[in-house]
Structure formats: C-alpha cells, structure tokens
Design a protein around this ligand. Sequence first.
Ligand code: G3H
Length: 529
Amino acid sequence: MPVTPPIPESVRLEAPIDQRQYLVNGELRTWDGPVSEVYSTISDAEPYAPTVLGSIPTMGEAEALDALEAAMQAYDKGKGVWPTMKVRDRIACMEKFVGQMETKRDRIVQLLMWEIGKSQPDSEKEFDRTVEYIYDTIEEYKQLDRDAAKFSRHDGVYAHIRRGPIGVVLCLGPYNYPLNETFALLIPAIIMGNTTIFKPAKHGVLLITPLLEAFQNSFPKGVVNILFGRGRAVATPIMQSGKVDVLALIGNSASANALQDQHPKSNRLRLVLGLEAKNPAIVLPDADMDLTIRECISGTLSFNGQRCTALKILYVHETVLEEFLERFTKAVDALRFGNPWDPGVSLTPLPEAAKPDYIQELIDDAVAKGAKVMNPKGGQRSANFIWPAVLYPVKPGMRVYEEEQFGPVIPVVPFTDIDQPLDEMAESNYGQQVSLFGKDINTLAPLIDTLANLVCRVNLNSSCQRGPDVYPFTGRKDSAVATLSVHDALRSFSIRTFVAFKDTPLNNETVEALVDAKLSNFISTDYIL
Ligand code: G3H
C-alpha cells in the first residue's frame, strides 16, 4: 500500500485562504454570496480526511455578465484604450505584471503543491516556465511588430498589414497546469489587445489569488476580469450572450463542445482549444531498451500521468515484449510515492478525490475482458492514490483502450504488424503526438512519413511533451483546435488587419503625413528594440 508520510510543519499553510475578492472592471470587489470550500487530498489526518485549504466565491450568472460587460466596455467596439494602445505601451503593462508575479514565486509554488499535488521540482518548473513564457512572448511580440513596421506594394496598391485583436476572450485552463497552461492562453490574448474574462481551474484556483492585485494594477480597467465558481455556472451565460469572440480552453472536448454549442453565432466565435489525447508509444524490435524504459516511465507517469501529452497507450513489438514488460514493471514498482515536498518523489497524491475509483474501474474492466495486472504493486490503494497498474494485453473494447485515463494506469498492446498501431491511430478520435522507439532508418523513414500525417509531433526515441514552448503545440481531430507556441499563440489570438491605399499622389502624401505625425497607433513604422 502506498503510505503517505507525515507532513512537516514548514510546508503547512499558516491559515486557510478564504478568498473573497474578485476582479471585475478594474475593481477588486468583495464577495458576500455563497462560497465553496477548497480541499487538498494531501492529508496526514487519522482517520483520513482531506485538508481544507480555504474557500472561494461560488459565482453565477449575474457576476459572469458583469464581467462580460466590463470586458466589452474595455474593448469599447474597438475604440478602447487597450485595443488601440501603442504596442510599446502594452508591452510596458505586461512587464509591470510579470515583475510583480516573480515576487510571488514561493507562495504560488506552495499552493501548486497543496492544490494539485505536483512535486516541488515540477511546481517550481511550472512557475519558472510560465515567467519565461511571458518574457519570450514579449520578445516575440516585439519581433512581430518590427516585421509589420513597413508598407508593401502590389498592383499599384500599398498595404500596411498588422495583426490586430479579435475582441473579448473567455479563457478557461486545466487543473494539471493551472498556472502555465492558463497563462499560455491568457498572456498572448491580453498582449495582442484583446480583453479577457478568466476563470481559474477547479483545482489550482487559490494559487491565482496572489496575482489579483498585479492584474488590477498592471492593465487598464476591464482588460482582465477574474471570476470564481463552476465553469458551467459562469461560462455558460457568457457564451449564451453571443458576445464573446474567442473561447480559449485547455481541457476536454466534451466541455469545449458543450460551451461552443451555447454560442448563438458560431462564425463569430474563434476557438483556441487544447484538448485530450491518447498519445501512443510504438516500441520497435531494435529499440534501445534502456532508453525506451526510461522515456516510457517519464512519458506515462510524470505527474502521475495527468498530462495531456502523457503516453497513454504503449504498443510493443512481440519480439521485445517479454523484456519490455519485465523491465518496465520493475521500474514502475521502484518509483517513489510521497507528498510533493518529499525529496525524490515521482508519484504523488491525486488531486481529484474520485480519480482512484475511476482508475480502479478501468483496471477491473480490463481484467474482466482478459488483461492482467503485470506489476505486483499495480492497483494498490490508499486514500488519495492508486498505484499505477501495467495492464497487458490490452485490446479494443476495453475502456482503458478507448478512454483518456489522465491518471496512473498503463495499457500495453502487443503487435507484430506495424499496420496495427497505424490503423488504430487513424481510427482514434485523437491526434496529438506519438513516441517512436527504434533505430533502423529503413523502418523509421516510412513510419515517420505516415505518423506525421496522423499526429502533429513525432518524438523519436523520446517521450511526448509540449515543450520547448517555442515549438508548435497542436493536434488533430478531438485533440486541439488552433496552434499554440510562443509565436503561434500571438497569431491565434489576433487577426490580420490592414490599411490599403492606391498609389496616388494624394494618398502617398496623406500616409507620409500620418507616419510622420505619429498620430495613429496602427500606422506606425517605429521599431521597438
Ligand atoms: O497537459 C498537457 C500539457 O500541455 C503538457 O505539457 O508536455 O510540458 O508536460 P508538458
């Protein structure tokens, strides 16, 4: 049984965080309505009981519509201070924000560990990666702006082409990267001149609260509005208004579909979605087994498998199956379980209280249909964890084959003919990434050519991952809509818009005067260094 060690006093929260403030229209308003408690599954209480971390407002339609109104006023039909502001000034606001954010590192890392059970090194990495992402976004935006500081001429028509904001963005992030993934949507949306409404994820909500003041004092009123509550209660009325221009969501396709269906004007709504995946590993007969085991362990189990990029199904060639299973199961059972701050932990408590039962259902279903749990510790339970079970042989029809487990259970599928995993990937609803383990270039070449058409990133002899964040993060089918990366996110949250004029003496004189006078923030050939 995975045993959770006692919790040192040094990591405990000094007091519960009873968050009552929320940010709408530049005001930190105080909530006096109903609240919901925020729990952590991490606990050393005897008998087991989750730890209360604090509470957050349970908001509804009225507050959601207030926030929408504030975002719309800030956009002000395109006339708002923020969407028309000079790029240089928008960047200054973002720099002010990130500078303040950096001072909150310790607190946010502490809350990441408590709220979602992410290990300390990974929580620190999530914070640092997010700060770096913001600085990289600023640099990329400067480059985008420099590239646009010019006029083109074709067929007697001049054009000054830039990327402009789209309007009001509703932003919803996931619990597994409540800071990083949410900000990877929110920050580019803001910097491109959109106005935003943001609701933190269900788990990983308190860690946003140290940033409320920084959001308030860094941006003009109404540019960032932050609400608390259930997604259904808060996001649904905003979508039903038909006044949102972008739905930016990282989560699952069922919630994305439900929300987009609420919007009455589907062509107005732009979607920026990072959704679920079932990324496979394909282990070929000549795979380097040391490396394959190592990468499959981190691919399937970092953050307990709660990553959209996690390896969620392993296809292993029959000729190496025995060796793979023997070594892989040993490696899984040798991992260390503990609380996020315990040194050297790989596996940590699951933040969703119902997750161990769900994983148990997947195991029971697979076993009932002929699979075996291959590792001795597989399926062992504690109050907040279930030890990862390596299930073999897994086949279509088992729930663990079909569903995105998003947690610690590892299905292994044997194959002899490479067409089997390729056909199954083509059939699947998902198409994010794949990991391919092997060396022979004659085998790899045609496989890479096919796999690149089934997913959006083929990882050679390495596990799947989103980073480095400068690379495109996207997927086919139910795995994503639009592309994210430092560069691509700026494109996803903006639209090409331009001023065009015929090459005539009157126009040329007028535009030269416009450029010289620096009266328009849009028509500008200034270089921001
Ligand atoms: O949950 C999905 C994340 O985008 C995965 O990011 O590959 O850096 O862990 P990662």
